[in-house]
Design a protein around this ligand. Sequence first.
Ligand SMILES: [Zn+2]
Length: 464
Amino acid sequence: MQTAKEFAESNRDNLLRDLKRLVDINSIKAEPEEGAPYGPGVKAAEEEAFRIAKELGFEKTVDCDGRIGYAHSGSEDRFLGVIGHLDVVPVGDGWDSDPFDMYEKEGYVMGRGTGDDKGPLLAAMYACKYLFDNKIPLRYGIRVLLGCDEECGMSDLEYYIENYPEPVFAFTPDAGFPVGHGEKGIYHADLVSTPIKDGKILSISGGMASNVVPDRCTFTVDGRYADALRAAAEGRDGYAFSEEDGKVTVTASGKAAHAGYPWGSVNANLQAVSLLLDSGILEGEEKKAAEFVSGVMSDVDGGFLGIAAEDGRFERNSIIGGMISITEDGRLCLNVNSRYNTAIPAEQIEKNISDKAAEFGFEVRNVGNSGPFYLEPDSPAVKLMCDIFNSVTGRDDKPFVMSGGTYARMMHNAVSFGCEIPGEEGPEWVGTAHMKNEGQSIDILVKSVEIYAQTLMKLQEVDF
Ligand SMILES: [Zn+2]
Protein backbone atom coordinates (compact mmCIF):
# COMPACT_ATOMS: atom_id res chain seq x y z
CA MET A 1 0.00 0.00 0.00
CA GLN A 2 1.13 3.49 -0.85
CA THR A 3 1.89 5.64 2.18
CA ALA A 4 0.09 8.93 2.68
CA LYS A 5 3.39 10.71 2.15
CA GLU A 6 4.04 8.94 -1.16
CA PHE A 7 0.51 9.68 -2.26
CA ALA A 8 0.77 13.38 -1.36
CA GLU A 9 4.10 13.84 -3.11
CA SER A 10 3.12 11.96 -6.24
CA ASN A 11 -0.07 14.04 -6.52
CA ARG A 12 1.61 17.42 -6.22
CA ASP A 13 1.12 18.40 -9.86
CA ASN A 14 -2.46 17.08 -9.99
CA LEU A 15 -3.29 19.09 -6.90
CA LEU A 16 -1.89 22.29 -8.39
CA ARG A 17 -3.65 21.67 -11.70
CA ASP A 18 -7.00 21.33 -9.91
CA LEU A 19 -6.30 24.24 -7.60
CA LYS A 20 -5.83 26.46 -10.62
CA ARG A 21 -9.25 25.39 -11.86
CA LEU A 22 -10.75 26.75 -8.62
CA VAL A 23 -8.59 29.83 -8.08
CA ASP A 24 -9.13 31.09 -11.63
CA ILE A 25 -12.84 31.43 -10.91
CA ASN A 26 -13.64 34.79 -9.34
CA SER A 27 -15.84 33.65 -6.45
CA ILE A 28 -16.30 36.91 -4.58
CA LYS A 29 -19.85 37.14 -3.23
CA ALA A 30 -22.11 39.01 -5.63
CA GLU A 31 -25.76 39.80 -6.27
CA PRO A 32 -27.98 36.71 -6.11
CA GLU A 33 -29.16 35.01 -9.27
CA GLU A 34 -31.53 32.11 -9.88
CA GLY A 35 -30.04 29.10 -8.07
CA ALA A 36 -27.00 31.15 -7.06
CA PRO A 37 -27.81 32.98 -3.81
CA TYR A 38 -24.24 34.24 -3.48
CA GLY A 39 -23.81 35.17 -7.12
CA PRO A 40 -22.66 33.35 -10.27
CA GLY A 41 -18.94 33.25 -9.40
CA VAL A 42 -19.47 31.31 -6.18
CA LYS A 43 -21.86 28.98 -8.01
CA ALA A 44 -19.31 28.34 -10.76
CA ALA A 45 -16.68 27.50 -8.14
CA GLU A 46 -19.06 25.05 -6.50
CA GLU A 47 -19.75 23.33 -9.84
CA GLU A 48 -16.05 23.06 -10.61
CA ALA A 49 -15.42 21.62 -7.14
CA PHE A 50 -18.13 19.02 -7.83
CA ARG A 51 -16.38 18.01 -11.05
CA ILE A 52 -13.08 17.67 -9.22
CA ALA A 53 -14.75 15.66 -6.44
CA LYS A 54 -16.12 13.18 -8.99
CA GLU A 55 -12.69 12.84 -10.59
CA LEU A 56 -11.17 12.18 -7.16
CA GLY A 57 -13.59 9.31 -6.59
CA PHE A 58 -16.31 10.67 -4.31
CA GLU A 59 -19.49 8.63 -4.65
CA LYS A 60 -21.81 11.61 -4.88
CA THR A 61 -22.03 15.37 -4.88
CA VAL A 62 -25.01 17.31 -3.61
CA ASP A 63 -25.89 20.97 -4.05
CA CYS A 64 -27.92 22.37 -1.14
CA ASP A 65 -29.89 25.07 -2.96
CA GLY A 66 -26.74 26.88 -3.99
CA ARG A 67 -25.95 27.75 -0.39
CA ILE A 68 -23.45 25.00 0.24
CA GLY A 69 -22.51 21.77 -1.46
CA TYR A 70 -20.96 18.53 -0.38
CA ALA A 71 -19.08 15.58 -1.76
CA HIS A 72 -19.71 12.31 0.03
CA SER A 73 -18.58 8.71 0.25
CA GLY A 74 -19.63 5.93 2.58
CA SER A 75 -22.25 5.89 5.34
CA GLU A 76 -24.64 8.82 5.31
CA ASP A 77 -25.79 7.97 8.78
CA ARG A 78 -22.59 8.49 10.71
CA PHE A 79 -19.89 10.39 8.91
CA LEU A 80 -16.86 12.61 9.43
CA GLY A 81 -16.96 16.12 8.05
CA VAL A 82 -14.43 18.42 6.50
CA ILE A 83 -15.61 21.93 5.84
CA GLY A 84 -13.79 24.58 3.85
CA HIS A 85 -15.02 27.40 1.66
CA LEU A 86 -14.98 28.39 -1.98
CA ASP A 87 -15.97 32.04 -1.61
CA VAL A 88 -13.13 34.57 -1.42
CA VAL A 89 -12.82 38.12 -0.12
CA PRO A 90 -12.59 41.08 -2.53
CA VAL A 91 -9.14 41.56 -4.00
CA GLY A 92 -8.32 45.15 -3.01
CA ASP A 93 -5.49 47.16 -4.56
CA GLY A 94 -1.82 46.60 -5.15
CA TRP A 95 -1.63 43.14 -6.72
CA ASP A 96 1.42 42.33 -8.84
CA SER A 97 -0.59 39.98 -11.04
CA ASP A 98 -4.14 38.93 -11.90
CA PRO A 99 -5.60 37.52 -8.64
CA PHE A 100 -7.70 35.08 -10.69
CA ASP A 101 -4.91 33.62 -12.81
CA MET A 102 -3.03 31.32 -10.47
CA TYR A 103 0.66 30.80 -11.13
CA GLU A 104 3.58 29.16 -9.40
CA LYS A 105 6.56 31.12 -8.15
CA GLU A 106 9.50 29.88 -6.07
CA GLY A 107 7.58 27.24 -4.16
CA TYR A 108 4.34 29.22 -3.80
CA VAL A 109 1.09 29.38 -5.70
CA MET A 110 -0.18 32.92 -6.06
CA GLY A 111 -3.78 34.08 -6.38
CA ARG A 112 -6.86 34.99 -4.37
CA GLY A 113 -8.06 31.95 -2.46
CA THR A 114 -4.86 29.90 -2.77
CA GLY A 115 -4.51 29.97 1.02
CA ASP A 116 -8.01 31.01 2.10
CA ASP A 117 -9.47 28.60 1.49
CA LYS A 118 -9.39 26.80 -1.87
CA GLY A 119 -5.90 25.36 -1.40
CA PRO A 120 -6.48 23.84 2.05
CA LEU A 121 -9.95 22.62 1.04
CA LEU A 122 -8.57 20.89 -2.04
CA ALA A 123 -5.75 19.37 0.02
CA ALA A 124 -8.41 17.78 2.21
CA MET A 125 -10.29 16.50 -0.87
CA TYR A 126 -7.08 14.89 -2.14
CA ALA A 127 -6.62 13.30 1.28
CA CYS A 128 -9.98 11.59 0.75
CA LYS A 129 -8.74 10.24 -2.58
CA TYR A 130 -5.94 8.53 -0.69
CA LEU A 131 -8.50 6.64 1.38
CA PHE A 132 -10.56 5.76 -1.70
CA ASP A 133 -7.58 4.66 -3.82
CA ASN A 134 -6.25 2.46 -1.06
CA LYS A 135 -9.67 1.02 -0.23
CA ILE A 136 -9.43 2.02 3.43
CA PRO A 137 -12.57 0.63 5.14
CA LEU A 138 -14.79 3.51 6.17
CA ARG A 139 -16.43 2.95 9.53
CA TYR A 140 -17.66 6.53 9.20
CA GLY A 141 -18.61 8.05 5.88
CA ILE A 142 -16.71 11.11 4.73
CA ARG A 143 -18.41 14.33 3.72
CA VAL A 144 -16.49 17.32 2.42
CA LEU A 145 -18.63 20.42 2.77
CA LEU A 146 -17.99 23.10 0.18
CA GLY A 147 -18.87 26.34 1.91
CA CYS A 148 -20.06 29.22 -0.26
CA ASP A 149 -20.52 32.08 2.22
CA GLU A 150 -17.85 31.80 4.89
CA GLU A 151 -16.47 35.30 4.49
CA CYS A 152 -19.79 37.12 4.85
CA GLY A 153 -21.42 35.58 7.90
CA MET A 154 -21.48 31.80 7.39
CA SER A 155 -25.12 31.68 6.34
CA ASP A 156 -24.10 28.66 4.23
CA LEU A 157 -23.33 26.40 7.18
CA GLU A 158 -26.29 27.78 9.10
CA TYR A 159 -28.49 26.62 6.22
CA TYR A 160 -26.81 23.24 6.15
CA ILE A 161 -27.25 22.66 9.89
CA GLU A 162 -30.93 23.57 9.71
CA ASN A 163 -31.61 21.16 6.85
CA TYR A 164 -29.05 18.35 6.83
CA PRO A 165 -27.48 15.97 9.35
CA GLU A 166 -24.32 17.06 11.11
CA PRO A 167 -21.14 15.01 10.99
CA VAL A 168 -20.20 13.09 14.13
CA PHE A 169 -16.99 15.10 14.11
CA ALA A 170 -15.60 17.68 11.71
CA PHE A 171 -12.57 19.79 11.06
CA THR A 172 -12.17 22.95 9.05
CA PRO A 173 -8.91 23.49 7.18
CA ASP A 174 -9.30 27.25 7.41
CA ALA A 175 -6.95 28.41 10.17
CA GLY A 176 -3.63 27.10 11.48
CA PHE A 177 -1.98 23.87 12.57
CA PRO A 178 -1.86 22.07 14.86
CA VAL A 179 -5.45 22.16 16.20
CA GLY A 180 -7.75 25.01 17.20
CA HIS A 181 -9.74 23.32 19.95
CA GLY A 182 -11.59 26.39 21.20
CA GLU A 183 -12.86 29.73 20.01
CA LYS A 184 -14.10 32.63 22.07
CA GLY A 185 -17.69 33.78 21.80
CA ILE A 186 -18.30 36.74 19.51
CA TYR A 187 -20.85 39.40 20.37
CA HIS A 188 -21.42 42.51 18.32
CA ALA A 189 -24.11 45.18 18.40
CA ASP A 190 -24.90 48.84 17.91
CA LEU A 191 -25.33 50.81 21.12
CA VAL A 192 -27.62 53.67 20.20
CA SER A 193 -28.55 56.75 22.26
CA THR A 194 -31.89 58.52 22.21
CA PRO A 195 -32.04 61.32 19.59
CA ILE A 196 -29.94 64.23 20.81
CA LYS A 197 -31.48 67.66 20.30
CA ASP A 198 -29.22 70.63 19.56
CA GLY A 199 -26.06 68.55 19.96
CA LYS A 200 -22.66 70.15 19.43
CA ILE A 201 -21.29 67.26 17.39
CA LEU A 202 -22.33 67.95 13.81
CA SER A 203 -20.82 64.73 12.53
CA ILE A 204 -18.53 61.97 13.76
CA SER A 205 -17.18 59.03 11.86
CA GLY A 206 -14.59 56.50 12.93
CA GLY A 207 -13.74 52.93 11.97
CA MET A 208 -14.54 50.81 8.94
CA ALA A 209 -15.25 47.42 10.50
CA SER A 210 -16.76 46.06 13.68
CA ASN A 211 -13.83 43.79 14.40
CA VAL A 212 -10.97 46.29 14.21
CA VAL A 213 -9.85 48.92 16.72
CA PRO A 214 -9.79 51.97 14.42
CA ASP A 215 -6.77 54.17 13.94
CA ARG A 216 -8.73 57.15 12.63
CA CYS A 217 -11.82 59.07 13.70
CA THR A 218 -13.03 62.44 12.42
CA PHE A 219 -15.61 64.79 13.91
CA THR A 220 -16.90 68.26 13.08
CA VAL A 221 -18.28 70.98 15.38
CA ASP A 222 -19.03 74.67 15.02
CA GLY A 223 -15.90 76.83 14.58
CA ARG A 224 -16.57 78.72 17.79
CA TYR A 225 -15.45 75.64 19.75
CA ALA A 226 -12.07 75.44 18.02
CA ASP A 227 -10.21 77.15 20.86
CA ALA A 228 -11.68 74.90 23.54
CA LEU A 229 -10.75 71.81 21.52
CA ARG A 230 -7.23 73.05 20.81
CA ALA A 231 -6.77 73.80 24.50
CA ALA A 232 -7.90 70.26 25.40
CA ALA A 233 -5.52 68.80 22.81
CA GLU A 234 -2.57 70.76 24.22
CA GLY A 235 0.32 68.42 24.99
CA ARG A 236 -1.46 65.35 23.55
CA ASP A 237 -0.44 63.55 20.38
CA GLY A 238 -2.67 62.38 17.59
CA TYR A 239 -5.02 65.27 16.81
CA ALA A 240 -5.11 67.20 13.53
CA PHE A 241 -7.30 70.30 13.10
CA SER A 242 -8.72 71.93 10.03
CA GLU A 243 -11.14 74.86 9.82
CA GLU A 244 -13.44 75.67 6.96
CA ASP A 245 -16.81 77.44 6.45
CA GLY A 246 -17.05 78.33 10.12
CA LYS A 247 -16.60 74.72 11.22
CA VAL A 248 -13.70 72.89 12.79
CA THR A 249 -12.89 69.31 11.88
CA VAL A 250 -10.68 67.22 14.12
CA THR A 251 -9.05 63.98 13.05
CA ALA A 252 -7.96 61.77 15.92
CA SER A 253 -5.36 59.07 15.30
CA GLY A 254 -4.83 55.82 17.14
CA LYS A 255 -3.19 52.45 16.85
CA ALA A 256 -5.22 49.72 15.16
CA ALA A 257 -5.61 46.14 16.41
CA HIS A 258 -7.85 43.14 15.85
CA ALA A 259 -10.90 43.03 18.10
CA GLY A 260 -9.68 39.82 19.70
CA TYR A 261 -6.41 41.39 20.84
CA PRO A 262 -7.14 45.02 21.74
CA TRP A 263 -4.62 45.28 24.55
CA GLY A 264 -1.99 47.87 23.72
CA SER A 265 -4.04 49.46 20.95
CA VAL A 266 -5.24 53.07 20.91
CA ASN A 267 -8.85 53.47 19.81
CA ALA A 268 -9.17 56.60 17.64
CA ASN A 269 -12.91 56.73 18.38
CA LEU A 270 -12.10 56.99 22.08
CA GLN A 271 -9.45 59.62 21.38
CA ALA A 272 -12.05 61.70 19.57
CA VAL A 273 -14.75 61.34 22.20
CA SER A 274 -12.42 62.04 25.09
CA LEU A 275 -11.21 65.22 23.42
CA LEU A 276 -14.82 66.34 23.08
CA LEU A 277 -15.48 65.58 26.74
CA ASP A 278 -12.27 67.21 27.96
CA SER A 279 -12.97 70.37 25.98
CA GLY A 280 -16.08 70.95 28.09
CA ILE A 281 -18.26 71.83 25.08
CA LEU A 282 -20.74 68.97 25.49
CA GLU A 283 -23.81 69.37 27.65
CA GLY A 284 -26.87 67.51 28.87
CA GLU A 285 -27.87 64.31 27.12
CA GLU A 286 -25.09 64.65 24.57
CA LYS A 287 -22.50 64.77 27.34
CA LYS A 288 -24.12 61.80 29.05
CA ALA A 289 -24.09 59.83 25.81
CA ALA A 290 -20.44 60.66 25.18
CA GLU A 291 -19.56 59.60 28.71
CA PHE A 292 -21.21 56.26 28.14
CA VAL A 293 -19.41 55.45 24.89
CA SER A 294 -16.16 56.71 26.42
CA GLY A 295 -16.68 54.40 29.39
CA VAL A 296 -17.32 51.43 27.10
CA MET A 297 -14.21 52.04 25.02
CA SER A 298 -11.93 52.92 27.96
CA ASP A 299 -12.29 49.46 29.43
CA VAL A 300 -11.35 46.86 26.80
CA ASP A 301 -11.71 44.13 29.45
CA GLY A 302 -15.43 44.89 29.55
CA GLY A 303 -15.57 45.92 33.22
CA PHE A 304 -17.62 49.01 32.43
CA LEU A 305 -20.31 46.85 30.83
CA GLY A 306 -20.16 44.19 33.52
CA ILE A 307 -18.68 41.46 31.33
CA ALA A 308 -15.04 41.32 32.46
CA ALA A 309 -14.09 37.72 33.26
CA GLU A 310 -11.41 35.06 33.01
CA ASP A 311 -11.91 31.32 32.73
CA GLY A 312 -8.39 29.88 32.67
CA ARG A 313 -8.95 28.42 29.18
CA PHE A 314 -9.00 31.49 26.98
CA GLU A 315 -7.60 34.97 27.35
CA ARG A 316 -9.74 37.35 29.38
CA ASN A 317 -12.82 38.91 27.82
CA SER A 318 -12.47 41.92 25.57
CA ILE A 319 -14.70 44.53 23.97
CA ILE A 320 -13.96 47.31 21.52
CA GLY A 321 -15.92 50.16 19.95
CA GLY A 322 -14.97 49.65 16.32
CA MET A 323 -17.27 52.16 14.63
CA ILE A 324 -18.85 55.40 15.79
CA SER A 325 -21.37 57.60 13.98
CA ILE A 326 -24.41 59.81 14.36
CA THR A 327 -27.57 58.38 12.84
CA GLU A 328 -29.85 60.37 10.55
CA ASP A 329 -32.20 61.03 13.43
CA GLY A 330 -29.42 62.39 15.62
CA ARG A 331 -28.51 59.41 17.77
CA LEU A 332 -24.96 58.67 18.83
CA CYS A 333 -24.18 55.11 17.71
CA LEU A 334 -21.26 52.96 18.82
CA ASN A 335 -20.72 49.54 17.30
CA VAL A 336 -19.13 47.20 19.82
CA ASN A 337 -17.44 43.85 19.29
CA SER A 338 -16.69 41.54 22.21
CA ARG A 339 -14.73 38.31 22.33
CA TYR A 340 -15.67 36.36 25.43
CA ASN A 341 -14.65 33.16 27.12
CA THR A 342 -16.68 30.50 28.91
CA ALA A 343 -16.88 32.28 32.28
CA ILE A 344 -20.13 34.13 31.51
CA PRO A 345 -22.87 32.41 29.45
CA ALA A 346 -23.73 33.97 26.09
CA GLU A 347 -27.21 35.12 27.22
CA GLN A 348 -25.76 36.77 30.30
CA ILE A 349 -23.25 38.71 28.18
CA GLU A 350 -26.18 40.09 26.19
CA LYS A 351 -28.18 40.92 29.29
CA ASN A 352 -25.34 42.67 31.13
CA ILE A 353 -24.59 44.88 28.14
CA SER A 354 -28.27 45.71 27.57
CA ASP A 355 -28.80 46.53 31.24
CA LYS A 356 -25.81 48.84 31.42
CA ALA A 357 -26.75 50.53 28.14
CA ALA A 358 -30.30 51.11 29.41
CA GLU A 359 -28.94 52.86 32.49
CA PHE A 360 -27.48 55.49 30.16
CA GLY A 361 -30.55 55.66 27.94
CA PHE A 362 -28.96 53.57 25.19
CA GLU A 363 -30.68 50.79 23.34
CA VAL A 364 -29.03 47.81 21.76
CA ARG A 365 -29.64 47.13 18.05
CA ASN A 366 -28.44 44.66 15.42
CA VAL A 367 -27.15 42.11 17.92
CA GLY A 368 -25.07 39.22 16.65
CA ASN A 369 -24.01 36.68 19.24
CA SER A 370 -22.32 33.34 18.77
CA GLY A 371 -21.19 31.52 21.89
CA PRO A 372 -17.73 30.07 22.50
CA PHE A 373 -16.80 26.47 21.93
CA TYR A 374 -14.20 24.48 23.74
CA LEU A 375 -13.10 20.86 23.33
CA GLU A 376 -10.70 19.47 25.90
CA PRO A 377 -7.16 19.44 24.46
CA ASP A 378 -6.73 15.83 25.60
CA SER A 379 -9.93 14.56 23.97
CA PRO A 380 -9.09 11.63 21.66
CA ALA A 381 -9.66 13.41 18.33
CA VAL A 382 -7.77 16.58 19.27
CA LYS A 383 -4.86 14.60 20.65
CA LEU A 384 -4.71 12.33 17.61
CA MET A 385 -4.73 15.23 15.16
CA CYS A 386 -2.07 17.15 17.05
CA ASP A 387 0.12 14.04 17.19
CA ILE A 388 -0.21 13.43 13.45
CA PHE A 389 0.73 17.02 12.66
CA ASN A 390 3.75 16.85 14.93
CA SER A 391 4.92 13.49 13.58
CA VAL A 392 4.66 14.63 9.93
CA THR A 393 6.41 17.95 10.55
CA GLY A 394 8.82 16.92 13.30
CA ARG A 395 7.49 19.63 15.55
CA ASP A 396 6.18 19.66 19.10
CA ASP A 397 3.25 22.07 18.89
CA LYS A 398 0.32 22.19 21.29
CA PRO A 399 -3.38 22.65 20.49
CA PHE A 400 -4.47 26.27 20.81
CA VAL A 401 -7.54 28.41 21.40
CA MET A 402 -8.34 31.58 19.53
CA SER A 403 -10.39 34.75 19.46
CA GLY A 404 -11.29 34.54 15.78
CA GLY A 405 -14.16 32.51 14.45
CA THR A 406 -14.17 29.58 12.04
CA TYR A 407 -16.92 27.23 10.91
CA ALA A 408 -15.96 24.97 13.83
CA ARG A 409 -17.88 27.12 16.30
CA MET A 410 -21.19 26.41 14.58
CA MET A 411 -21.02 22.62 14.82
CA HIS A 412 -21.53 20.50 17.90
CA ASN A 413 -18.23 18.64 17.60
CA ALA A 414 -15.59 20.31 15.44
CA VAL A 415 -12.17 21.93 15.46
CA SER A 416 -10.03 23.97 13.07
CA PHE A 417 -7.06 22.12 11.63
CA GLY A 418 -4.51 23.83 9.35
CA CYS A 419 -3.14 24.60 7.16
CA GLU A 420 -0.97 27.54 8.14
CA ILE A 421 2.10 26.55 10.10
CA PRO A 422 3.23 28.96 12.82
CA GLY A 423 6.60 30.48 11.95
CA GLU A 424 6.42 29.43 8.29
CA GLU A 425 4.70 32.51 6.91
CA GLY A 426 6.97 32.75 3.87
CA PRO A 427 8.79 35.63 2.21
CA GLU A 428 7.51 39.19 2.17
CA TRP A 429 6.15 39.07 -1.38
CA VAL A 430 3.68 36.36 -0.39
CA GLY A 431 0.50 37.89 1.00
CA THR A 432 -1.51 36.14 3.70
CA ALA A 433 -5.28 35.55 3.80
CA HIS A 434 -7.35 38.59 2.75
CA MET A 435 -4.22 40.56 1.73
CA LYS A 436 -2.91 41.52 -1.69
CA ASN A 437 -0.71 38.97 -3.49
CA GLU A 438 -2.22 36.10 -1.53
CA GLY A 439 -0.05 33.04 -1.84
CA GLN A 440 0.24 29.55 -0.45
CA SER A 441 3.31 27.41 0.16
CA ILE A 442 3.14 24.34 -2.09
CA ASP A 443 5.23 22.38 0.36
CA ILE A 444 2.71 23.02 3.14
CA LEU A 445 -0.17 22.06 0.85
CA VAL A 446 1.47 18.75 -0.01
CA LYS A 447 2.24 18.09 3.66
CA SER A 448 -1.37 18.95 4.45
CA VAL A 449 -2.58 16.24 2.08
CA GLU A 450 -0.45 13.78 4.01
CA ILE A 451 -1.63 15.07 7.40
CA TYR A 452 -5.30 15.08 6.40
CA ALA A 453 -5.06 11.62 4.84
CA GLN A 454 -3.57 10.13 7.99
CA THR A 455 -6.11 11.99 10.10
CA LEU A 456 -9.16 10.84 8.14
CA MET A 457 -7.81 7.30 8.33
CA LYS A 458 -7.07 7.37 12.07
CA LEU A 459 -10.31 9.14 12.97
CA GLN A 460 -12.07 6.01 11.73
CA GLU A 461 -10.81 4.30 14.89
CA VAL A 462 -12.11 6.94 17.31
CA ASP A 463 -15.49 6.38 18.96
CA PHE A 464 -17.80 9.33 18.40
ZN1 LIG B 1 -11.23 31.31 5.26
